[in-house]
Design a protein around this ligand. Structure first.
Ligand SMILES: *Cc1c(COP(=O)(O)O)cnc(C)c1O
Length: 383
């Protein structure tokens, strides 16, 4: 079969090499070795030391590059380690434009770590191209967009933002954690770099942390590879294997989670205790039409605002099927209170303006029966 004809479900299951060439092992082996024997002076098997290369990590890196349509993939010990690698590529005096609604950890990394090293970040609603254009300064080097955003589910037109970015010689980076390559391929839409928290949908089982970078331009990839091996926040062989294993079921998990998310969002939409529902798969959602154009699905993430803040504590205490925990994208349905968990690092004034208030809750729909999830919410919200 021709390479380009292969569909995404097949790549997810088979990976890059897909099996071990020396033994034929169908499950790609975990090469749990820190170092590799040299056959002789100036000779190498291609592997020298696991911070530089490791066969299991390499299988994951090649698989994710293939899935996202990039030249190279790089695997890190967490999503934040991957995002930190992007930051360390820039230098003192550079300015970056970020989505204003953003994963709290990314905001914290910018404000607490890289700001003091002289890298400034401007936060803009990247759906508004005019505002983005006005924010571009002579020292602006990149645009970093989350779409859909965490937790307000704002959808940015990737093609348009990439065109704008490139017209100003900026690097365009997309955090594709929420939709994964199964539903959205930012590089094919014009982005230069894709970043993932592999901890979420790619791993898919709430059992490991991982971060991934996929880079289109080979010379850019080389610079990221230098940072990866110098800083050393690489993904371990076992964790690389867990992500490879998780990805094998990504397509089927996401399809079911999306189907259930639509049911849960529809239930919330008509519930008397709920004021707003943010799910891009609802036809009246602001992001629906752009999503239809640039993605193949809407995902399994829902945020909703209850009418009374007193309901929040009640819900978090009463739920039995849904788990009250941060994170997302796993087989277990999780509920998060962004204000005190994922977005605690964002100043109150900014948070409230974005809509991350004391009545906002976020759901990551898992693989339980959708009716059980709905009943759990119904009972938890009952006065
Ligand atoms: C979780 C998350 C991150 C950070 O990833 P970790 O694996 O937790 O370090 C970054 N971006 C988004 C959108 C996330 O949800």
């Amino acid at each position: 079969m021709k390479e380009e004809g292969i569909k995404i479900e097949t790549i997810l299951v088979h990976g890059s090499k897909g099996f071990d060439e020396t033994t034929g092992a169908v499950s790609f082996p975990i090469y749990q070795s820190a170092t590799f024997r040299h056959p002789g002076l100036y000779e190498t098997t291609g592997y020298d030391y696991s911070r530089l290369q490791n066969p299991t990590r390499e299988e994951l890196e090649k698989t994710i590059a293939k899935l996202e349509g990039g030249n190279e993939g790089l695997a890190f010990s967490s999503g934040m380690a991957a995002i930190s690698t992007i930051f360390s590529f820039f230098k003192s005096g550079d300015n970056l434009i970020f989505s204003d609604d953003l994963y709290g950890g990314t905001y914290r990394l910018a404000e607490e770590i890289y700001k003091k090293l002289g890298i400034s970040v401007t936060y803009i609603d990247t759906r508004n191209l005019k505002m983005v254009e006005e924010a571009i300064k002579t020292n602006t080097r990149a645009i970093f967009v989350e779409t859909p955003t965490n937790p307000m589910m704002k959808v940015t037109d990737i093609k348009l933002i990439a065109e704008l970015g490139h017209s100003k010689s900026l690097i365009v980076i997309i955090d594709n954690t929420f939709l994964t390559p199964y539903f959205q391929n930012p590089i094919k839409l014009g982005a230069d770099i894709v970043v993932h928290s592999g901890t979420k949908y790619l791993g898919g089982h709430n059992d490991t942390l991982a971060g991934l970078l996929i880079v289109k331009d080979p010379s850019l990839a080389e610079q990221f590879r230098l940072i990866q091996k110098s800083v050393g926040a690489v993904l371990s062989p076992f964790d690389s294997w867990l992500i490879l294993r998780g990805m094998k079921t990504l397509a089927i998990r996401l399809e079911r989670e999306q189907e259930s998310a639509f049911k849960v969002a529809s239930f919330l939409k008509v519930n008397k205790n709920v004021e707003n529902v943010y799910y891009v798969g609802l036809p009246d959602d602001e992001g629906y039409n752009i999503s239809k154009l640039q993605a193949r699905g809407f995902g399994g993430m829902i945020s909703f605002r209850v009418k009374e803040s007193s309901l929040v504590e009640k819900i978090l205490k009463r739920i039995k099927v849904i788990t009250f925990a941060e994170s997302l994208g796993g087989v277990e349905t999780l509920i998060t209170y962004p204000m005190v968990q994922t977005h605690a690092a964002i100043p109150e004034e900014i948070r409230i303006k974005l809509g991350v208030d004391d009545r906002l809750l976020r759901l990551s729909i898992g693989l339980e029966n959708a009716e059980d999830i709905i009943q759990d919410l119904e009972e938890a919200m009952f006065n």
